[in-house]
Write a protein that binds this ligand. Structure first.
Ligand code: SAH
Length: 249
């Protein structure tokens, strides 16, 4: 009988090659197949030329098909006995559909290893000098997606309650819906003077940071044409921002 393959769900970290974990590097280097997302950043130029490299960012045109297609390939290659790396930006289980992929792999009784990654939700703010928690500013942090499944009939995210909560709010995929989000947070009771930072294309040569308050940020985003991918940080920890770049090479 043919040897069974294995699928590695690997987090590439926030984009810089040095922020990939050692286990991540190891399994990538030994892979027969790498299915990668564009968010994997710099790591993409270090993929082994001996492996079959599949760009999932440019797959098909319809989103649902895209995901099903990725899963089919992943399963098919593993069933052929290959070592398959599914490489995702940041951590594979934070808003990356890694959970769904694990379910599919379980359904097919395939061997799976998860290699966690450094999530952009924490690393991108960190690298511009914004710690997501700080004893004087925030003892809790909430990670939330600003882009829900469009098929959901109503929002499952209680933005009004998030507006009542203190602490830091880190929003991924939130640029497009920012006006609605800010509106809901203000209605929920978050103070208009709450500081906000948005880090666009964090840890890349195109990184840009815009700052403001809940009151001003929407105007700034429109004016400066902020576009995804970006991390939105809301809360007093943003007061720590001093315009530095604390990330190494
Ligand atoms: N699993 C990933 C997140 C996937 S969702 C992780 O743990 O980091 C994709 C979103 O992540 C983007 O829309 C953006 O909000 C955020 N993101 C990922 N990398 C980023 C980067 N380098 N700079 C800014 N935002 C980033």
């Amino acid at each position: 009988m043919q040897q069974k393959g294995k699928v590695f769900l690997v987090g590439a970290g926030p984009g810089k090659a040095g922020l990939l974990t050692m286990r991540g590097r190891e399994v990538i280097d030994a892979a027969d197949v790498v299915l990668y997302d564009q968010l994997a950043g710099e790591i993409l130029s270090t993929l082994p030329s001996t492996a079959e490299l599949i760009d999932c960012g440019k797959f098909g045109s319809r989103h649902t098909l895209e995901q099903a297609e990725i899963e089919d390939i992943m399963v098919a290659r593993a069933e052929e006995g290959k070592r398959v790396v599914r490489l995702k930006g940041g951590d594979p289980f934070l808003f990356g559909r890694g959970g769904e992929e694990l379910e599919v792999l379980r359904t097919h009784c395939l061997d799976v290893e998860v290699v966690p990654g450094v999530t952009s939700a924490i690393a991108v703010p960190a690298c511009v000098g914004i710690p997501v928690t700080h004893r004087s500013h925030a003892s809790q942090v909430t990670l939330v997606t600003g882009h829900e499944d469009p098929e959901k009939s109503e929002s499952v995210i209680r933005w009004d309650l998030l507006g009542q909560m203190g602490g830091t709010l880190v929003i991924l995929m939130g640029v497009k819906n920012l006006p609605l989000i800010v509106d809901a947070l203000l209605k929920g009771g978050r103070a208009p003077v709450t500081p906000v930072a948005i880090i666009e294309r964090g840890l890349t040569k195109d990184q840009r940071v815009v700052t403001g308050t809940l009151d001003t940020i929407v105007k700034t985003v429109v004016h400066d044409r902020v576009s995804p991918p970006a991390i939105i940080v809301i809360g007093d920890v943003v007061k720590m921002y001093e315009g530095e770049n604390l990330c190494g090479p």
